[in-house]
Ligand binder design. Structure first.
Ligand SMILES: C[S@@+](CC[C@H](N)C(=O)[O-])C[C@H]1O[C@@H](n2cnc3c(N)ncnc32)[C@H](O)[C@@H]1O
Length: 498
């Protein structure tokens, strides 16, 4: 009984289909579709209570369902050859709608696309080309869809060309497969011949600009590196800009690992489902590529099949210095997938604080913190940052504030030195501000700064700073000092493995 309740509770807690998804309120009606499409009719069976269903273990049934849903609900002509990965339309639509949310959230200012037209890059578009087809037909987005196999390129192009109303919006781009690169080779573009790796597939040939050397220690990616063809670096041209990239990666390291879900048959060849190191290595490569192409995309995103990989990948992201990480869960039936998004562009919040150097109040978010790094821990480190520069600080653990007293010389000391935040133990000072000295500090030649730490949601803290005396010498240096504090706290809290 308890077990049943727990299970029901778990299912209630699971995130639902995206509210903008066409199927959120109206799931596919098999009986209605069967009455409209005679080719679908033989695949629909009825329970003894008259409920229509299809046999999910029959590839032909799932493919025909996808075909009629794309035709009926999206006016799209579509087909794939036997055995190719067959997408489920409601599930794939969720990813598109999540991207729509990200783009409209304005977390990252819209500096990339021109004229409000959204442009995306679908890594591994597959024979089914499902994301560009849905993105273009639902939202008018334009896409480059890349892939490595002949069958994917051939059928993706067929699927695009069968839909003349959106075909102008989608370019299918072949990635050359003979250019498999190890991490070491990729570090030296000229050795791997990156400039020759693109087959632009009937588009005008454009040479890829030389790419900078990757700033990462690639050996740190355990021993299961990705050794396949290029993914973004060497495929995206130097002059291209995208609002986002997306990817449903090859999840598995081998077909055996993938196994076959006996309850469904969505097809999927080894080229589609398998790569060296599985999704963890594939997405790690996307992350590495994103450090090189950080200004070419507003958002980098990928789907993730295993929750255990999510933690590793998030920690990798903070290591490479992203400004923001977002995650979501995609649920269809009993299957969960996760969405991971990141960017290197200044978030709107960071941008607005940076663009107002003489502001008296600034703030930043620390996201993706490990559980043991709570507000108190961050507060202690704020105090230690200032006291390590010789400033006098009072920490109040009730209001979660640190009051800093600084002379002009103190300010100069912080601006000149870059002392790292250490793990030094901290002497707590009384929470109450009692000494006369403290009030005197806030006047005349001495100035006061107040730093506050707020818990937003688990794992996310807001750090706010405000100048207490607008005429103080500290006021002019406040934004620089605050940015240095932000950098030090990010280095301390946002770079360790989760
Ligand atoms: C899991 S399938 C996804 C297909 C389709 N996007 C979908 O969601 O159904 C992964 C795709 O990635 C392609 N792929 C593998 N390595 C690639 C690479 N380096 N660049 C581009 N595509 C790649 C495979 O050929 C395959 O079509």
């Amino acid at each position: 009984m308890g077990g049943k309740n727990k299970k029901r509770k778990r299912e209630e807690d699971r995130p639902a289909i995206h509210p903008n998804n066409k199927y959120a309120e109206n799931p596919p009606d098999f009986a209605h579709l069967a009455s409209l499409y005679p080719s679908f009719e033989p695949f629909v069976q009825y329970s003894r209570y008259g409920n229509p269903r299809i046999d999910w273990t029959d590839f032909n049934a799932t493919r025909e369902l996808t075909r009629v849903l794309l035709l009926h609900d999206h006016a799209l002509n579509w087909w794939i050859p036997d055995g190719q990965l067959c997408p489920t339309v409601p599930n794939r639509s969720n990813y598109i709608h999540w991207l729509e949310d990200l783009l409209s959230s304005n977390i990252i200012p819209n500096t990339i696309s021109s004229g409000g037209k959204v442009r995306g890059f679908d890594i591994g578009t597959g024979a089914n080309c499902i994301y560009p087809l849905l993105g273009a037909s639902l939202l008018g987005w334009s896409f480059v869809g890349s892939d490595i196999t002949d069958v994917a390129i051939e059928w993706a192009e067929k699927n695009v060309n069968s839909n003349p109303h959106i075909s102008e919006l989608i370019e299918i781009r072949r990635v050359q497969t003979d250019a498999t690169t190890s991490s070491e080779e990729r570090l030296h573009g000229e050795e791997s011949g990156l400039s020759g790796e693109i087959d632009l597939c009937s588009r005008t040939e454009t040479e890829v600009e030389p790419l900078p050397i990757l700033p990462l220690d690639l050996n740190s990616c355990e021993n299961k590196n990705y050794h396949g063809p290029p993914i973004l670096v060497g495929v995206v041209r130097g002059d291209e800009k995208f609002d986002f990239c997306m990817c449903n990666p090859p999840f598995f390291e081998s077909m055996e690992e993938g196994g076959l879900n006996p309850k469904t048959s969505c097809g999927g060849t080894s080229e589609e489902m398998v790569c060296s190191g599985g999704e963890k290595a594939f997405i790690t490569r996307i992350i590495e590529d994103s450090t090189v192409l950080k200004h070419s995309f507003r958002w980098f995103t990928s789907m993730i099949g295993r929750k255990s990989n999510l933690k590793y990948l998030i920690s990798k992201l903070w290591e490479v210095g992203v400004t923001v990480v977002k995650t979501t869960e995609f649920v269809q039936g009993r299957t969960s997938r996760w969405g991971l998004a990141w960017s290197f562009l200044p978030t709107v919040q960071q941008k607005s604080s940076n663009s107002l150097p003489n502001k008296n109040t600034m703030s930043f978010m620390l996201e993706g913190l490990q559980r043991q790094h709570g507000a108190i821990n961050v507060l202690e480190n704020v105090k230690s940052y200032f006291s390590s520069h010789g400033l006098s600080c009072t920490m109040n653990t009730s209001s979660f504030t640190v009051d800093v007293v600084a002379t002009k010389d103190d300010c100069d000391s912080i601006l000149k030195n870059e002392l790292p935040i250490t793990n030094q133990s901290i002497d707590y000072q009384p929470a109450k501000k009692t000494s006369n000295e403290s009030s005197a500090n806030l006047s005349c030649d001495r100035s006061g700064l107040r730093l506050s730490v707020f818990q937003q949601i688990p794992g996310t803290l807001l750090v706010k700073g405000s100048v207490q005396d607008r005429n103080s010498p500290l006021s002019g240096a406040f934004s620089v000092i605050f940015q240095k504090l932000e950098e030090a706290l990010r280095n301390k809290f946002c770079t360790k493995s989760v």
